[in-house]
Design a protein around this ligand. Structure first.
Ligand code: PSU
Ligand code: MN
Length: 304
């Protein structure tokens, strides 16, 4: 019997950056395939990569294509992930084995991306929002695997907090239980994705990428868990609170009416926000992802 280990397919540019100790920033693909509509996703994917390049690091967008875990999509592969008929599965960490073993294709979530990035030796990862504890989780047990992966994988996730469609207080409790430090970039408040503040305090505040890098380096001496660096959406792109609250109530009602559960919850809610806000939420989403990519790049540069 032979044991087959499936290698990572690391793009040459990424591989050489890693060899030379140059900064690399991992990027997820679920945000493109399941989080943003066709027509905008490719543009955002390219801009995020360009933002990382402009900051002096190499971008590595991650997905599983035909059973190959790809670290650093080529331009053609990025187009494939963003195509209207891409038909990609949403891959959390538990789905990587099945997707690779069965030769399938899928976009990776924060959990899936963090695990593959860490396996490739990439420690900094930029995204939009983290998955968390869903409202009503006491009954549904719906807690994103993103939190469990941050507990075990020494990754730095730069994001704009979690959406207010989640139970933010419970999400912060789970992060605490799992020894994941939550840093606020120039803020004392945990951000709520479309909104700059959730009303919940962060554990620690950092003023610049250098401070963040110092915290991350020190954390790695004592723990194998990840670090969450939260960056509020740029002020000029923050969503109007009344609009936000209306969309949220409608979205939650839609979930209940259509009996949506599990992995479909986030995509269905995002779809509602996008269509009912006439694109305001998409602009907000793009602005925060770009801002997070810029900050993650500064942190990766400071760490390298
Ligand atoms: N939040 C967003 N946009 C997204 C996601 C979360 O604002 O696209 C995606 C991310 O890939 C995240 C995943 O890792 O949803 C969490 O899904 P779940 O709750 O099913 O674990
Ligand atoms: Mn879930």
């Amino acid at each position: 019997m032979t044991t087959q280990t499936t290698p990572l397919f690391v793009h040459e540019e990424v591989a050489s950056a890693l060899r030379d100790g140059h900064p690399v920033v991992a990027l997820e693909s679920t945000i493109l395939s399941h989080g943003l509509p066709y027509g905008r996703n490719l543009d955002v994917g390219r801009r995020v990569e360009q933002t990382v390049r402009d900051g002096g690091a190499v971008p590595a967008t991650i997905a599983v294509l035909d059973g190959r875990p790809v670290i650093g999509l080529s331009p053609a592969e990025l187009e494939r992930v963003c195509a209207p008929d891409a038909g990609l599965d949403k891959l959390s960490l538990r789905d990587l084995g099945p997707a690779v073993g069965l030769g399938r294709s899928g976009a990776t979530t924060v959990a899936g991306t963090s695990a593959l990035a860490a396996a490739a030796g990439i420690g900094v990862f930029a995204t939009g929002g983290l998955g968390g504890v869903h409202l009503g989780a006491a009954q549904s047990w719906d807690v994103s695997a993103d939190l469990g992966v941050l507990a075990k994988v020494p990754t730095v996730v730069v994001c704009s907090g979690v959406k207010s469609v989640l139970d933010i207080a419970a999400t912060l409790e789970v992060l605490e239980t799992n020894s994941v430090p939550v840093l606020g970039y120039r803020t004392d408040d945990f951000p709520a994705f479309y909104l700059r503040s959730s009303g919940h305090p962060v554990g620690w505040r950092v003023e610049d990428a250098k401070q963040a890098a110092a915290v991350i380096s020190a954390h790695r001496r004592y723990a194998n868990s990840g670090v969450l660096l939260t960056n509020p959406i740029p002020e000029e792109s923050e969503m109007d609170r009344a609009l936000h609250d209306r969309l949220l109530q409608e979205g939650l009602a839609k979930l209940a009416d259509a009996d949506v559960h599990g992995a479909d919850v986030t995509p269905v809610l995002l779809e509602h926000f996008h269509s009912a806000s006439e694109g305001v939420s998409i602009d907000a989403n793009e602005a925060l992802v770009l801002s997070n990519a810029k900050l993650a790049t500064e942190v990766a540069v400071a760490l390298s």
